[in-house]
Design a protein. Structure first.
Length: 121
């Protein structure tokens, strides 16, 4: 695997590793306060990123575009801002970061919808 597909899968793998460590920490501490952050890190940061990666691997023409690189940046920054944002929101320290992260994650999905439709064969 190479190119943007590799980067989506590699980054998602790092996100889920952090998510698993967080899940184990929650279990050990018997404190599930941050379960929503854990869930979003694993589902948006791993499952969604991995699906993007597999798509770009299956459709190399889509992965070779500069839009695919923009997609990767938007998706990655979305996860990196949304997860701490959810944690801040849970402890009532503001929701701005969660809002920024969720809008970036939505933008990432809209880019993907556009990409899928544009690469119909
Ligand atoms: C080492 C691996 C993992 C551990 C130890 C772990 C641990 C946990 C714990 C302790 C909770 C809180 C349960 C509760 O409060 O009822 C939780 C919730 C959750 N986990 Fe994990 N988890 C792991 C991996 C994953 C993965 C890989 C995913 C998804 C791909 C995932 C998705 C979720 C979801 C969706 C929730 C529910 C969150 C909520 O109710 O707000 N987890 N996990």
């Amino acid at each position: 695997m190479r190119g943007i597909a590799f980067w989506f899968i590699a980054t998602g793998s790092v996100f889920v590793t952090i998510g698993m460590v967080g899940g184990i920490a929650m279990s050990i501490a018997a404190d599930h306060t941050f379960a929503p952050a854990h869930a979003h890190l694993n589902l948006v940061g791993w499952v969604t990123m991995a699906l993007f990666g597999f798509y770009y691997h299956l459709v190399p023409a889509a992965g070779a575009t500069s839009l695919a690189r923009i997609h990767f940046a938007v998706a990655t920054i979305g996860v990196i801002t949304m997860i701490p944002g959810i944690m801040f929101a849970i402890v009532e320290q503001g929701e701005l970061l969660a809002k920024v992260g969720s809008l970036l994650s939505l933008a990432s999905m809209l880019i993907f919808v556009f990409t899928v439709l544009r690469n119909r064969t």
